[in-house]
Design a protein around this ligand. Structure first.
Ligand code: EPU
Length: 338
């Protein structure tokens, strides 16, 4: 366990927002978490768990002890008749882990390629893209309780995965440190190609039966074309969740705006494309200080340089008000606002 003080968090959040952690503790194994719990001052101090910093908006310096999870390691833990069970340390880079599984010949995560962040953060918001969510491949995870220091293995029902949501954003928020995640990759690989843009790639390339690597390449190409690379332009991915409305609400909006992009859900509700709603309100390219709405995808807010957290929040609130004013829909931020 390594304890540092007065650490700039700018390099540790993909939006590139300035904030200082009074105390930063690098956690590389379960025993490190227990050392924090048993530590005379850290043990009682409020704590903030930091993964890859790709889904947080920092609006202030951090008086809490920041635990930076750096648990490493990737391995096959079990081979069953029907699936490979693969494990990664919470501090591993998610995209590199996806590419590693493909290189080993264990496909199944290719639709989630290029998502920024760490393996440990993936279950917290149940990352998803192009028709697949983490929960679809989830086996279990290890967590160490920050009050008792006890370790536990949690399976899907306790994790309460939902759209960009899990128990780790609610009752277990800040309660435990996820140290390892295991995924179940079915041997009978069936590509998930239902998403419109993947279908388009299939048609364009004329490849009817792509390999897992080809699907990963398509996903990377689609993402690169629409989503800014955080290494070049700070951002936290989609800034708002796609709102879910009743069929009546949707019909009402279609009545006024026939072009609204919407997807009927299995339970009868309808998901609306928040990016379309924001775009329709004319927000592309608009800015508050260094924070701006990305020109190619209105759902993404970016750091044009020197943005501070309060500018991001001011811009986000203005967007929420304008979407509410026009469509009567309240957009909910996707990243965690700190
Ligand atoms: N659209 C516009 N204008 C815009 C942005 C989008 O008209 O400025 C329209 C698009 O043309 C499209 C629709 O809105 O018809 C949806 O856009 P897109 O397909 O790009 O997907 P999204 O709803 O914006 C979601 C996820 C992404 C994920 C993609 C692909 C959420 C909040 N976002 O984006 O996830 O990669 O689908 O599955 O669910 C993330 O969570 O950070 C993220 C990037």
């Amino acid at each position: 366990m390594q304890i540092e003080s007065g650490v700039s968090l700018k390099p540790y959040n993909t939006f590139g927002l300035p904030a200082v952690a009074q105390t930063l503790v690098r956690v590389t194994c379960d025993a490190d978490v227990r050392r924090v719990v048993d530590h005379p001052t850290l043990g009682r101090a409020p704590k903030f768990i930091l993964g890859g910093g790709s889904n947080i908006i920092l609006t202030r310096d951090m008086p809490q002890a920041v635990l930076k999870v750096e648990v490493q390691g990737k391995r096959l833990v079990d081979e069953r008749a029907d699936a490979w069970i693969v494990e990664a340390g919470a501090g591993e880079n998610w995209h590199e882990f996806v590419m590693w599984t493909l290189a080993q010949g264990w496909p199944g995560l290719e639709n989630l390629a290029l998502i920024p962040g760490t393996v440990g953060a993936a279950p917290v918001q149940n990352i998803g893209a192009y028709g697949l969510e983490l929960k679809d491949r989830f086996e279990s995870l290890d967590v160490v309780d920050l009050v008792t220091g006890r370790g536990a293995t949690l399976h899907a029902p306790i994790c309460a995965f939902a759209y960009r949501d899990s128990v780790f954003k609610h009752s277990l928020a800040g309660r435990g440190v996820i140290t390892r995640v295991r995924l179940r990759l079915p041997k009978a690989w069936i590509p998930v190609l239902g998403y419109l843009e993947l279908e388009r790639k299939r048609a364009e390339t004329g490849i009817a039966h792509p390999t897992p690597q080809q699907v990963a390449d398509w996903v990377c190409a689609i993402r690169r074309a629409k989503l800014p690379d955080p290494a070049l332009l700070g951002n936290a991915g989609s800034f708002f969740k796609n709102p879910v409305v009743t069929p009546e609400q949707c019909r009402d909006i279609i009545g006024r705006d026939p072009a609204v992009v919407h997807y009927p859900m299995a339970d009868g509700s309808v998901k609306l494309a928040a990016g379309w709603l924001i775009d329709a309100c004319g927000w592309k390219g608009k800015a508050v200080g260094g924070a701006a709405v990305y020109e190619k995808q209105a759902l993404v807010l970016v750091n044009r340089g020197g943005a501070i957290g309060s500018e991001v929040i001011t811009l986000a609130r203005a967007i929420q008000e304008s979407v509410y004013g026009r469509f009567g829909i309240r957009l909910e931020p996707e990243p965690v606002i700190v």
